[in-house]
Ligand binder design. Structure first.
Ligand SMILES: C/C(=C\CNc1ncnc2c1ncn2[C@@H]1O[C@H](COP(=O)(O)O)[C@@H](O)[C@H]1O)CO
Length: 271
């Protein structure tokens, strides 16, 4: 037997003599068609989850300043709420923010449409649902996720503000996830703006009247959410909050912000 026949390298492994497997890794991958149950096992799912993170990070990492817009999937085109969502998408994009939504119908579509129509970057992070569902037609960059929790990480990691229009359970879930992250200091550069004082007024009163009164939140917690009806004010609140945060970071010497933030903070800082 030659030395060549007595050794097999398989990736980082080197086999000698009797330890050399009868087949190569490629043969085992390509030749065999056994039971496919393993694709439903948790280790396999972990890889799929990992690949969703990789794809999401790949798509979103170079977006620049972005704002996520949330709201009901059930709002129809031609309604006042749809127009409000569209106007907010438009104004955010015109101010230089990429607009990120859940990529579905209703408010998501409206905000994507507004951003797309003024030439901004319109992003949709879709979710696989039990019924047929495709990304809305106003998305310039889209990715569809299998797992809600991976998708939620993308919204938080790649946007610098949340705008929340009227919506149901999905919207509330997104709102309270963001507020919890801000309240616990997991994200620090993050204004949350509710749009629709009539719709959200009851929630705001309950937060102040019950949550605060009962002592289950802190004095300043209700202020973690801004409330307005005016699309221009939405952009204003976000812009001011970013400049304020960047200025504080700049003054304290920890400059984590983007160049745009830092420049804005430098301009805003006293002489
Ligand atoms: C109900 C219908 C379609 C649902 N399709 C969705 N596609 C993408 N994202 C969705 C969808 N539904 C909910 N979301 C997410 O939750 C928020 C809206 O939920 P709500 O319960 O409607 O408030 C939204 O921001 C998405 O991120 C058929 O019309």
């Amino acid at each position: 037997m030659t030395e060549f026949e007595n050794v097999r390298r398989a990736g980082p492994l080197t086999y000698h003599g009797r330890a050399i497997p009868e087949t190569t890794t490629d043969q085992r991958l390509l030749d065999r068609r056994g039971p496919a149950d393993w694709v439903h096992t948790d280790p396999w799912r972990v890889l799929r989850i990992q690949s969703e993170f990789v794809e999401g990070f790949g798509l979103l990492a170079e977006l620049g300043q972005a704002v996520s817009v949330f709201g009901s999937a059930r709002v129809k085109p031609g309604t006042a709420r749809y127009a409000l969502g569209q106007s907010i998408g438009e104004k955010l994009a015109s101010s230089g923010y990429t607009v990120i939504t859940g990529g579905g119908p209703g408010i998501m579509e409206a905000a994507n449409k507004g951003a797309h129509q003024v030439g901004g970057t319109s992003v949709g992070l879709g979710i696989e649902l039990p019924f047929e569902q495709s990304l809305n037609e106003y998305i310039d960059m889209g990715v569809t996720f299998r797992y809600f929790f991976v998708r939620k990480t993308m919204f938080v990691k790649y946007s610098q503000a949340f705008v929340v229009l009227p919506g149901g359970f999905g919207t509330l879930d997104e709102l309270f996830e963001a507020i919890t992250l801000v309240q616990t200091g997991k994200v620090t550069r993050f204004p949350v703006v509710l749009v629709g004082s009539q719709f959200w007024g009851g929630l705001r009163d309950w937060i102040r009247g019950t949550l605060l009164e009962e002592g289950v939140i802190s004095e300043n917690d209700p202020d973690l959410m801004h409330l307005t009806d005016d699309p221009d004010e939405v952009v204003d609140i976000i812009h001011k909050a970013h400049i304020d945060l960047a200025r504080r970071e700049f003054e304290s010497g920890q400059v984590h912000g983007t160049a745009v933030d830092v420049e804005a903070a430098q301009r805003a800082a006293p002489e």
